[in-house]
Design a protein. Structure first.
Lengths: 227, 461
């Protein structure tokens, strides 16, 4: 069985934000506009968070790209009253937009703040709507949405592999964020497969996960920066 | 020949002493129409605003990305808390055979039913897709604390409605017999009550069962509401004492709301003969005890968080104690603890105005407590995200006003059609309770010393 996972190398990340832009484009994220953004309603499935440590002359900044960490024991799934969010067979935490009642309990319960809500009907100014990705469904207002690890790309890659009469291979699937990263900081693959690139990287002594102490078993690993 | 409608004289021809209790029903004045029209206007405004919110989306509120829950959830917890006034207090007083309960229980039960309906509707206001609210039943997950809430609140609503209605039957029959209009209403609701000994026995048995049943249900309701928060991993919420803490807070705010209602209605309907200083005195002692208990729970909760010194907990802690929520946090402490503790401890300030101030302060304080629980935990994410903020929009204020107006309208309509104080229980008290209480008191006293003068009972010969 496949268990999709991601490794993000913080040493390579430059904080350029191209992953965020690519994610917006790929997954048809609505354009919220400056006014709503200033009211803390900016919309990202993946955000690049600057973490500042130290003080005075010793200030250090690192950039932490944060998609949904795709927990194996997701707190959001536990609290959902209507089965609108669930842990898929391959470890991707999915949201059913047509069933979600918009209670936002999953947002309140998520320790990673990974979920976002459609406060208004999503909008694409100008002719941006023509540029939407046909592989990803548009969301209505009033529902919660989240990073899917570019699940549609997984589906596509599997079909291509089947058409070619072979098994899906490491490197067949690349989410939009990983694809767009100029520093190649993001790797994606099967954590169950011991020979995959991500499996190898997770065994690195630099590997850590966000709030692994909470027992949520996230599948996004980070490689700590070297000094 | 006395007609049934002849005021001051009951059907049986005996002196009817409780005319005061029926005045609001039998001669409702212009006041009723004016007040209910005004309240309906406020409620209508709230519905229009809610309609607009459905059409445009939840963006019309002040909610945002880290603070995804605000006034609607705060008011949900607050209103459901107030609803513990009634049924629970009335059941406990009945169960413990507190004779002074007689003029209080009815009002307490009305608060429960009205406020519970308002509170239970609040999560629907908060839904992004209220049109899909019924998914809760068609696709519900019993593992979700929200479903526990739905079950528990609907059980409580059923139980408290029945518990309000059953002891009302003899009073409704009285109104029917006095020929009060609308006759069909009382005819229907009186359920053929004639006051036969068998009917009375059934009534007493039903009330006896309900009062025992209602207590665990009431306690489960606020416990489960606290579980919505406590079952998540969020700092400030994930706490084992949340269940009892919420129940204590609920009873606390419930008693305060009950006394506010009693003082206001006593003034409007001239019930001074029934709601006397002694009733307020006893209830305010209860309120004082709950205030101390609330302080104890709050102290334990915050001291534990502070002493543990866990970074994410501390972020929430300082946000409340010294940060942006400090004004709300400290006014909560003042309103819930200092003001009631001072006013209710001294006989000189334990007067009706003093009690009214203390009760109002507690109701406001408990609302602040709910705000202090819901918002700060959401505004301070675990990750190094910027601290969130929440400013409720006008929409949310209007909905709040709509909730309060619905509460008042509920009372106005109830007072227009039904007695606010149980007439038959007052009459029963007059007739029976002195003898009963004397007998009960004698039962508490030690048995007399068996003396030689009275020959001991011989058994079996």
């Amino acid at each position: 069985m496949t268990r999709w996972g991601m490794v993000i190398d913080l040493d390579r990340c430059t904080g350029c934000g191209s992953c965020m832009a690519a994610c917006h484009q790929e997954n048809n994220l609505a354009a919220v506009g400056p006014e709503e953004s200033s009211r803390d309603r900016a919309f990202h499935w993946l955000r690049v968070l600057p973490e500042v440590s130290g003080s005075g002359a010793e200030v250090k900044v690192r950039y932490v790209p944060q998609p949904c960490v795709q927990c194996d024991d997701p707190p959001c799934v536990r609290v959902c009253p209507v089965h609108a969010t669930y842990l898929g067979e391959e470890g991707i935490v999915a949201q059913i937009y047509s069933r979600c009642i918009g209670c936002r309990y999953c947002m309140a319960a998520c320790p990673y703040n990974a979920k976002v809500f459609n406060w208004y009907e999503p909008e694409w100014p100008g002719d941006l709507k023509q540029g939407t990705n046909p592989d990803v469904s548009l969301r209505p207002k009033g529902v919660v949405e989240k990073c899917t690890f570019c699940h549609h790309r997984v589906v596509k890659a599997r079909e291509e592999a089947r058409a070619a009469g072979r098994e899906i291979r490491d490197g067949d699937v690349t989410p939009a964020c990983a694809e767009s990263c100029p520093a190649r900081a993001i790797e994606f693959g099967d954590l169950e497969d011991p020979t995959s690139r991500v499996s190898e990287l997770t065994r690195s002594p630099r590997a850590f996960r966000l709030h692994a102490d909470l027992g949520t078993r996230p599948k996004v690993y980070y490689l700590a920066e070297r000094d | 020949m006395t007609s049934v409608n002849d005021k001051g004289v009951s059907a049986g021809g005996l002196e009817f002493e409780d005319q005061d209790l029926l005045r609001s029903i039998e001669d409702s004045g212009v006041g009723f129409r004016v007040v209910s029209t005004l309240l309906c206007l406020v409620i209508l405004t709230a519905w229009v605003i809610f309609g607009r919110q459905i059409l445009r989306g939840l963006g019309v509120t002040g909610l945002n990305q880290p603070v995804a829950w605000g006034f609607y959830i705060v008011n949900f917890v607050f209103f459901i808390g107030i609803s513990h006034a009634g049924t629970l207090i009335s059941a406990i007083l009945r169960l413990s055979q507190a004779e002074w309960r007689r003029p209080i229980t009815r009002m307490a039960e009305v608060i429960t039913v009205v406020v519970l309906a308002i509170g239970a509707f609040h999560p629907v206001l908060d839904l992004g897709r209220p049109d899909r609210a019924l998914n809760i039943f068609t696709a519900g997950r019993l593992q979700s604390p929200l479903l526990w809430d739905v079950s528990s609140i609907s059980a409580y609503f059923m139980a408290s409605t029945v518990y309000l209605y059953i002891p009302m039957i003899p009073d409704i029959a009285l109104l029917r017999d006095r020929g009060v209009r609308p006759r069909w209403l009382y005819q229907f609701l009186a359920w053929g009550w004639q006051g036969t000994p068998r009917q009375q026995a059934v009534l007493e048995r039903a009330v006896g069962i309900l009062m025992v049943l209602v207590i665990p249900i009431a306690i489960s309701v606020h416990t489960v509401i606290s579980y919505i928060f406590a079952m998540t991993l969020q700092p400030g919420w994930h706490s084992t004492i949340f269940g009892p803490y919420f129940v204590v807070g609920a009873i606390f705010s419930g008693i305060a709301a009950l006394m506010m209602v009693m003082i206001v209605l006593r003034r409007i309907f001239h019930l001074e003969r029934y709601l006397k200083q002694v009733h307020f005195d006893y209830l305010s002692r209860l309120l004082l005890i709950m205030s101390l208990l609330w302080f104890y729970f709050t102290f334990s909760e915050y001291l534990t968080a502070f002493f543990g010194n866990e970074p994410s907990e501390m972020r929430v802690f300082y946000y409340k104690v010294t940060g942006p929520y400090a004004p709300f946090f400290w006014s909560m402490v003042v309103a819930n603890f200092l003001i009631p503790a001072i006013l209710l401890s001294f006989r000189r300030t334990r007067t009706i105005p003093g009690i009214f101030i203390a009760s109002t302060s507690v109701v406001i304080g408990m609302w602040l407590e709910r705000l202090n629980i819901v918002v700060p935990s959401l505004a301070n994410p675990r990750l190094a995200l910027p601290t969130g903020y929440y400013i409720p929009s006008l929409v949310e204020w209007v909905m709040f006003a709509g909730g309060i107006a619905t509460f008042m309208l509920g009372f106005v309509i109830f007072a227009r059609f039904f007695p606010l104080i149980s007439v038959w229980e007052i009459q029963e008290g007059r007739k029976l309770s002195i003898a009963e209480t004397t007998e009960r008191l004698e039962g508490y006293l030690p048995d007399p010393v068996p003396s030689a003068a009275t020959p001991p009972m011989t058994e079996g010969g």
